[in-house]
Ligand binder design. Structure first.
Ligand SMILES: Cc1cc2nc3c(=O)[nH]c(=O)nc-3n(C[C@H](O)[C@H](O)[C@H](O)COP(=O)(O)OP(=O)(O)OC[C@H]3O[C@@H](n4cnc5c(N)ncnc54)[C@H](O)[C@@H]3O)c2cc1C
Length: 472
């Protein structure tokens, strides 16, 4: 086991991609094997922050005190076995995608940041553009290997429900306390997942580094599609784009059945135009769609169906882009991925604070939410860009205040939270809560639930060592 104590060696582990100030830790511990990590945890008395790849956006791997356990040596990937694959936590999404290339299988959850580690994506229950159809990380976890903070381990399988105690390797059993909270029935990554009769796996996935250390996972895969049919559709008004999303949902059939629906507003397109010059000047909004098809015949019929459908919609068809092959598909994904990258780069260059929303509501509140966003953003005079998973009613608004507008931006953020919660929505649909969204999460679940969740956490991490400062 390697141990780093030199401040220069520790520094890269004290931050993530959230732009929040660096944290503090006395040491980074880098175990090579599960046995080694287990033995270490049994003796350890210090607070532990688990480190993945550091691409998180909520400061959840940024330590407030104690030591860091970096999982970076756990990089093994197994062979595909009956549509599943065993993966260690430091394997990145990119590693996994490369490993699966040509195997006939694919792993659908695709947070746009492919440098994220599998362990980090499990801890945050990450999702991405294709989650619109294929679901979130939790849906793809078949088996899970965990260590509790005190070094006890468990191997969890689907079907092991919380109605029965958690069986640990040393023969002890753990029961969950009564929890009245129920996770909302929308895309949600805020706090512990809780539903009566759920599997134990579902509790640990999305636990934001606070309940366990993930040491291995068996992931479910899907048969790789023959191809993705995809396009970027431009519109001369935002409202037309929102209506198109509604129309696609209504139309939903075997031939119009997208797996991704991603939104770009005018401020996002203006920024993208610097890298992608053929973004049409008159475009006020754009929609990236993608649909998986199983063979060439289906590709042709779906393409025809999309053209026919789009002709009846208010789309700038002549100016829109349709992928002609894998290179275009990769380019469209890059187009989408570039938005947060450009904004992050702009923020660092200008020394600006980023306030990014990650909220979602149900389908019934979609149009109301979009209109509310527009009114609030236009009235605020703060620079912003809005983009993301519109199919899931899940947009990222990046508020980009100058140094005199920070309080105003905080107040706006607060008003958006209040409204989203009034509609029964969530304050985090994919990035998790970490440290940055804690106050909003507390508002979302309320004091009574928080007390119950603290009792739950205490049952699994008696000395409250894991993920200090996150979530609770
Ligand atoms: C440009 C950009 C775009 C992004 N787009 C998306 C997106 O579309 N969808 C999305 O969901 N996210 C997105 N993210 C956020 C980020 O990629 C995800 O949150 C990702 O899941 C974090 O993984 P990581 O390995 O970097 O985790 P880290 O940042 O290292 O850690 C995140 C949390 O996971 C915990 N953790 C890490 N490994 C383990 C482990 N083995 N056991 C227990 N806990 C562990 C940490 O303690 C911490 O609490 C984006 C980020 C960037 C920078």
């Amino acid at each position: 086991m390697r141990r780093k104590t030199n401040p220069e060696a520790i520094a890269p582990y004290l931050k993530d991609a959230s732009n929040c100030p660096p944290g503090a830790a006395s040491e980074v511990v880098i175990p090579e094997t599960v046995e080694e990590l287990k033995a270490f945890l049994k003796e350890n008395t210090q607070p532990v922050t688990v480190s993945g790849a550091g691409t998180g956006l909520t400061a959840s791997r940024v330590p407030v005190e104690g030591i860091i356990v970096s999982m970076e040596r756990f990089k093994k990937i197994g062979d595909v076995d009956e549509g599943t694959i065993f993966v260690e936590p430091a394997v990145t999404l990119e590693d996994l995608n490369v490993h699966l290339k040509g195997s006939g299988w694919f792993y659908p959850p695709n947070p746009t940041e492919t440098l994220a580690s599998i362990g980090g994506t499990l801890a945050t229950n990450a999702s991405g553009s294709r989650s619109y159809k294929f679901g979130v990380t939790r849906d793809y976890v078949q088996e899970l290997d965990i260590l509790l903070a005190d070094g006890r381990s468990a191997h969890l399988r689907r079907g092991q429900t919380i109605d029965r105690p958690l069986e640990l390797d040393d023969g002890t059993q753990l029961e969950l306390p009564a929890v009245e909270y129920r996770s909302p029935q929308i895309k949600n990554a805020a706090g512990y997942f809780y539903r009566p009769g759920m599997d134990w796996i579902d509790l640990f996935v999305g636990s934001d580094g606070t309940l366990c250390l993930i040491t291995g996972v068996r992931l479910k895969l899907r048969k790789a599609p023959f191809e993705f049919l995809s396009g970027i559709l431009f519109m001369d008004s935002e409202e037309k784009c929102w209506n198109l999303v509604e129309a696609i949902r209504k139309e939903s059939s075997e031939v119009i059945d997208p797996c991704s629906l991603e939104y770009f507003d005018r401020p996002s397109l203006i920024r993208l135009k610097k890298k992608f010059q053929n973004v049409p000047d008159k475009a006020e909004a754009a929609l990236f769609f993608e649909q998986d098809v199983t063979n060439e015949e289906e590709f042709e019929s779906s393409l025809e169906a999309w053209y026919e459908f789009l002709e009846s919609q208010d789309v700038l068809l002549e100016d829109s882009w349709f992928a002609q092959g894998p290179k275009d598909i990769a380019r469209f994904h890059d187009f989408r991925h570039q938005v947060p990258l450009i904004l992050n780069e702009e923020n660092s260059r200008m020394g600006r604070v980023k306030m990014g929303t990650d909220m979602a509501v149900d389908d019934d509140h979609f149009l109301e939410m979009m209109r509310f966003y527009r009114v609030e953003l236009e009235e605020s005079e703060i620079d912003y860009a809005m983009f993301g998973h519109i199919g899931d009613n899940h947009l990222h608004i990046n508020l980009l205040p100058d140094k005199y507008q920070i309080d105003q931006a905080r107040a706006l953020y607060g008003r958006i939270v209040d409204q989203i919660l009034e509609w029964g929505g969530t304050v985090s649909a994919e990035h998790g809560v970490g440290k940055l969204k804690k106050a909003y999460y507390h508002q979302m679940v309320g004091k009574e639930t928080l007390d119950q969740l603290r009792t739950l956490k205490n049952r699994l991490d008696i000395r409250n060592l894991l993920g200090r400062g996150n979530l609770l």
